[in-house]
Design a protein around this ligand. Structure first.
Ligand code: PLP
Length: 350
């Protein structure tokens, strides 16, 4: 089965070997305050910084999921209210969770084919954005991020980069908090998430002094600085993260490859007018998640046929469930996988 689902998604083929290695090494039964674990944690953080080009002064902490990050941000980085900018289901979900913690939080919604208008945005202690909206295949361009950073130099800016971190060459300085779980572009099994935090956000959290929860950021960071965790962590997945990062190319090269594959894919897709890109403006089209639109009955037929041919497409998400389907363009997928998909389309639409 070739898995084009945008999460959980295709794993790197080495995962099986690495799991066996982890088992044999004994690390999986080590205490999370042991030397062996601290070494694993330290080398994982170093590899993340090196391979993803994360600035030296940004902190990295490991938690369990992107959903947990949504909550940590409201708990530990926001005093009264956050402002949420979104055009899709994941951004909206984040806003729903944030409102439960700070009811004064507000939303600026925009259409999938447009960008939020800066002049219309309220002042905010923290802006919450979805860098790559996995539900509809849009991404916020670098130029928008740069402008937002400039306009809101006194606000914290948080980006949900769950389906872009480790695929995109993110410009970290455009944001203060970036987070992702690993079952998307990292090509790993679910159950681990990474939060990357600027010195300004660290200061802000220290000022707010939240210490009410087991996952209050200050507590997590205090442990992370000692290369420890605030609870017994997902050691298997941290081991897999370290092992896959070690073999990875630099993020610029990875992103370049994904962009070229995307261009090639949509060029080829012109042969199949039955399938249209849901996002028409190339400025907003995600490099890592493709969202395609078709007639409902055609999608049902296509999904059944792909399944019989060992190809798993991603269902549409939220309100787009029946009218679109999604294809991950994540680094663990190979050009050969895309060639096979295109060949399948050629037979199917013949
Ligand atoms: C998948 C996804 C999430 C949820 O991730 P979990 O690890 O299940 O919490 C959040 N945001 C975006 C943009 C996603 O793609």
């Amino acid at each position: 089965m070739i898995n084009f689902y945008p999460g959980p998604s295709k794993l790197y083929p080495e995962i099986g070997t690495y799991l066996q290695e982890a088992f044999q090494s004994g690390i999986l039964e080590m205490n999370h305050r042991s030397e062996a674990f601290m070494e694993l944690y330290a080398s994982t953080k170093n590899l993340l910084k090196e391979k993803l080009n994360i600035p030296e002064d940004y902190e990295i902490v490991l938690v369990s999921s992107a959903t947990e990050c949504w909550e940590i941000i409201s708990q530990s980085f926001v005093e009264k209210a956050s402002v949420h900018l979104f055009n899709g289901a994941f951004g909206e979900k984040w806003f729903d969770y944030a409102k439960k913690i700070h009811s004064a939080s507000s939303a600026v919604c925009f259409e999938a084919h447009e960008l939020p208008v800066m002049q219309e945005m309220p002042k905010a202690e923290l802006l919450a954005l979805t860098h790559n909206e996995t539900s509809n295949g849009t991404a916020l361009p670098d130029s928008f991020q740069v402008q937002l950073r400039k306009e809101f130099s006194h606000s914290l800016i948080a980006y949900d980069a769950t389906s872009s971190m480790a695929g995109y060459n993110l410009q970290w300085k455009n944001g203060d908090i970036w987070f992702a779980s690993v079952q998307k572009c990292f090509g790993l099994p679910p159950g681990l998430a990474i939060m990357v935090v600027s010195p300004e956000a660290v200061d802000r959290a220290a000022f707010i002094k939240d210490d009410r929860y087991y996952n209050s950021f200050n507590y997590i960071l205090g442990n992370a600085r000692k290369n420890q965790t605030h609870h017994t962590p997902n050691i298997s997945n941290i081991y897999l993260l370290k092992s896959t990062l070690r073999q990875r190319a630099d993020i610029e090269n990875i992103h370049q490859d994904l962009m070229e594959r995307k261009l090639h894919f949509f060029e080829e897709m012109k042969q199949f007018p039955q399938l249209q890109n849901y996002i028409l403006s190339s400025d907003q089209q995600s490099d890592t998640v493709f969202c395609l639109r078709a007639e409902e009955p055609a999608i049902v037929k296509l999904k059944n046929a792909t399944k019989e041919n060992g190809i798993l497409l991603g269902n549409g998400y939220g309100s787009l469930k029946n009218t679109t389907f999604r294809i991950a363009n994540f680094p663990a997928l190979l050009q050969a996988d895309f060639d096979r998909l295109l060949l399948f389309f050629a037979h199917f639409f013949k």
